[in-house]
Design a protein around this ligand. Structure first.
Ligand code: ZN
Length: 489
């Protein structure tokens, strides 16, 4: 082959290696996306529009936790709905086993395994969601997503076995800052993520997957004692047994129904002692039952199938009448939506890297203007995150210059670059809110105007979430103006 000289062969080899390197880089950065996170924690500035801060983080440093709690209350204009939170994590429980699928209830055997929980749902005393979890569907990254509202990368799978303390902004740190006392019983992953944060804890290891009994008894044995105490504000219970049942025998294991029944007894015990018969000195309690991920038919998890990502979020003890929603089939949220929802319910700033959107029905107890305020706070936090990820994004004219008369005529169709669209969608929502708020008499405050503002806020929040560089690489199309304006709630 006379045409293949030594120098040509060298060039071909170098080109081949270069192409391989490019391919490998595309694979690595695609499969393990580098997630830029904002350092630090949200503070009093969360209650101000971005770039118009009059309150800086410095004021926070001098404040006693109780003063900080009062400051948040004053700035948000929304009193916290609850005093205490119980988060019950049932590891590996697919939401389908409790809520059914496609509007159909679960099988008779599953319904009968959880009579108390099913009666709460049927009577409108609980509201349940399929909380779509992002892959990888393993415990540590999913717990992080629930408490921070941020999506981790696939690199977290490797870290799952060597868990480090969580440094990014999250609900537990926010609660700690306002002086909350916290107790953790169950999976020791919590202790590794949040060392030194709990006043009492009893961690169990997830290493012995053959153990489906002791691992949960270690949690429940403290329950009666803890429910009678009034020295904590946040109780975490993390039951590992159901995940272990799955690993041994899959979803249809003979051990599954008895395990669900055991979990139902825990829900019943908490509901009866802390929500129905709450003692005055303990304050009002909210019980949130969640799962970190689901499982396949054979009981495995880690991937992105429906069975594995179908996790549960069940809210028990809400103040508002939720009977209308109990039979709703629109009960799909994202797992990250739990973080902003709990932050606003308990009066702390939404964690900095959150991409979740607050769950509308949960805030039904608030007055109309307060519901808009909650959406505004969620939007400000997401705008701040977007500004950090897209340095050119300021929306400054709209955020800082305020709004003038004839606001509704300024509603525009949103198009153009991602940045322009975010600003435009946010501005539309803020204009509609401002317009509704400025109408002095309640008679002129029409329900349609209110609905338009709510719809516009959700349009911004959902677009900001799905267009997140860290969430999805495919930016969605700008919604059509008529979709924004039409009152669809
Ligand atoms: Zn798990």
């Amino acid at each position: 082959m006379p045409w293949l000289t030594c120098s040509k062969l060298t060039l071909f080899t170098i080109a081949g290696v270069a192409i391989q390197m490019v391919g490998l880089s595309i694979f690595v950065f695609g499969f393990f996306p580098v997630k830029p996170t904002l350092p630090g924690h949200s503070g009093p500035e969360s209650f101000q529009a971005p770039k118009c801060n009059s309150i800086q983080n410095e004021t926070e440093r001098d404040l006693h936790p109780h003063q900080l709690r009062s400051l948040y209350k004053e700035l948000s204009g929304m009193p916290p709905a609850f005093d205490r939170l119980i988060l019950m994590v049932i590891d590996g429980l697919p939401a389908e086993l409790v809520l059914g699928k496609d509007g159909k209830p679960p099988s008779k055997a599953l319904m009968e395994a959880m009579p108390y929980t099913q009666s709460l749902l049927a009577n409108g005393m609980a509201i349940g969601y399929h909380a779509k979890a992002a892959p990888p569907t393993v415990t540590m990254p999913r717990l992080k997503a629930m408490v921070s509202g941020a999506i981790g990368g696939f690199l977290d799978v490797a870290l799952n076995f060597n868990t480090q303390a969580m440094l990014d902004d999250n609900l537990l740190d926010q609660f700690f800052k306002i002086g909350w006392k916290m107790v953790m019983l169950g999976d020791e992953t919590w202790l590794k993520l949040f060392p030194g944060l709990f006043i009492r804890h009893d961690g169990v290891s997830s290493f012995f997957v053959k153990d489906t009994v002791q691992v949960d008894q270690n949690v429940s044995r403290h329950l009666g004692h803890e429910l009678n105490k009034d020295d904590w504000d946040f109780l975490i219970l993390h039951y590992l047994g159901l995940d272990h049942v799955g690993h041994i025998g899959g979803r249809n294991s003979a051990l599954m129904a008895p395990k669900l029944s055991e979990m139902d007894d825990v829900v019943k015990m908490i509901h009866m002692s802390s929500i129905l018969n709450q003692k005055n000195d303990q304050g009002q309690t909210l019980l949130v039952v969640v799962s970190d991920h689901g499982m396949t038919e054979s009981g495995n998890h880690g991937g992105s199938s429906y069975e594995e990502t179908d996790s549960l979020a069940l809210f028990i003890g809400l103040n508002n009448d939720i009977s209308d929603y109990s039979l709703s089939t629109h009960n799909i949220i994202y797992q990250v939506d739990i973080a902003p929802t709990l932050a606003l319910l308990f009066g702390v700033p939404i964690p900095k890297n959150n991409v979740g959107v607050l769950i509308a029905e949960i805030f039904g107890y608030l007055a109309d203007d307060q519901q808009l305020k909650a959406l505004e706070l969620n939007s400000w936090q997401l705008l701040r995150l977007l500004q950090a990820q897209m340095p050119g994004l300021s929306c400054r004219n709209y955020l800082c210059d305020g709004f003038s008369d004839d606001q509704e005529s300024k509603i525009t169709k949103c198009s153009g670059s991602m940045g322009k669209m975010f600003c435009c969608l946010y501005t539309n929502a803020a204009l509609l809110q401002n317009s509704w708020m400025s109408k002095e008499f309640s008679r002129s405050k029409s329900k349609e105007d209110y609905s338009s503002a709510v719809t516009a806020y959700y349009e911004f929040l959902r677009t900001a979430k799905t267009c997140q560089p860290t969430y999805s690489r495919n930016c969605c199309n700008a919604p059509v103006l008529s979709d924004i304006i039409k009152p669809s709630i």
